[in-house]
Design a binder for this molecule. Structure first.
Ligand code: AKG
Ligand code: FE2
Length: 338
């Protein structure tokens, strides 16, 4: 906790960065917001319409919220509750039980970049891979006592939702329904319960610096506090918390696979002085040794925008780079536009 009191360097803080780059912030209450998509029609006659809305959102934002997503409210509520109980355990205890050792798949951290002293983010998180379940479940926290059972159910449900979303996204691109699921949806799944404590001086720091997610697709559950922001068309837009919704965003590998047609949007989390916030992103990644390149059918006679890369190497470079913006993705760029 002490190190957090130093805040992050001035040029990493949201207000400074925005005034420098001419960005401005729209709050969650403003009219412009990320698309809200009702998935109720996805498995019936309304499928084509829902698929189209998803495609439009992926193209314009790389971000959308879904309601009527099929994950039972009892499952999301229990997951929020058990994560709250986990973060109620003193930080020192969690640090001891799940050391922030990069070689350990399950670990607790106070910042993704804890080892680097230039960047301190105002958050705690637990990294919890869940696929294949038998490789990881015994490493998950045993306290709270219901953590494993609740998280297992949550993992199963979000996994099924990821499949439905990947299929809909593939259809929206006009490729075979399971195309994206095969590459990004069915392999690695990592659940990352995250806790942002109230911050006495929120203007001095940030919960999570601007970044894109490095995998394929992310499904995020958040409480009603708010703090997630998406960068779109030159400004930061707050993601308004909706009851019973998931926030879905595309990540770098999907941007590569779609040859830039769909975006892995930049986002960040800001903190506030009054209330703690919990968010639970679930990341879906390709296999470590998957070779990722633009899907040939999507090139449509154009040149590929990105060169091939092996996912494992992408991850290595991502963490070696300063985790801001799109620098790792940009390093694979061959041309600016297809
Ligand atoms: O907490 C949030 O709302 C965002 C989390 C996030 O973007 C991440 O962990 O990659
Ligand atoms: Fe993220």
């Amino acid at each position: 906790m002490d190190s957090r009191m130093t805040g992050i360097p001035v040029d990493e803080r949201p207000t400074k960065a925005e005034s420098d780059e001419g960005k401005h912030y729209l709050s969650a209450g403003d009219e412009i917001g990320i698309p809200e998509i009702d998935l109720a029609g996805l498995d019936g006659e309304g499928r084509a319409e829902v698929v189209k809305s998803i495609g439009d959102a992926c193209q314009k934002w790389g971000f959308f919220q879904v309601i009527n997503h099929g994950v039972p409210t009892s499952v999301t509520q229990s997951m929020m509750q058990v994560c709250q109980e986990f973060f109620d355990i003193p930080t020192e205890e969690n640090v001891k039980l799940y050391p922030d050792d990069k070689l350990k798949p399950v670990r607790f951290g106070t910042s993704r970049t804890l080892s680097r002293d230039t960047l301190l983010e105002w958050r705690d998180y637990l990294r919890c891979p869940s696929r294949p379940l038998s490789d990881f479940i015994h490493l998950w926290p045993a306290k709270p006592s219901t953590f494993r059972e609740v998280t297992m159910e949550y993992s199963k449900e979000t996994g099924a939702l990821a499949k439905r979303l990947c299929c809909a996204i593939s259809e929206s691109l006009g490729v075979e329904s399971e195309c994206l699921y095969e590459v990004i949806g069915k392999h690695q799944q990592i659940i990352m319960p995250t806790y942002y404590p109230p911050c006495p001086n929120p203007e001095l720091t940030i919960g999570l610096c601007a970044h894109t997610d490095l995998g394929g697709i992310t499904i995020l559950l958040q409480d009603q506090v708010g703090g997630l922001e998406v960068f779109n068309e030159g400004r930061w837009v707050g993601v308004k918390p909706l009851p019973d919704a998931f926030v879905v965003n595309l990540a770098d590998q999907t941007q590569i696979l779609t040859n830039g047609r769909y975006k892995g949007a930049e986002h960040r989390a800001i903190v506030n002085a009054e209330r703690a916030r919990i968010s639970i992103p679930t990341f879906f990644h390709p296999l470590d040794d998957a070779k990722i390149a633009p899907i040939p059918e999507l090139l449509g006679g154009h040149l590929p925008m990105y060169r091939d890369s092996v996912f494992r190497e992408y991850v290595r470079d991502f963490f070696a780079n300063k985790p801001t913006g799109k620098c790792t993705l940009d390093s694979l760029k061959l041309i600016d536009a297809p």
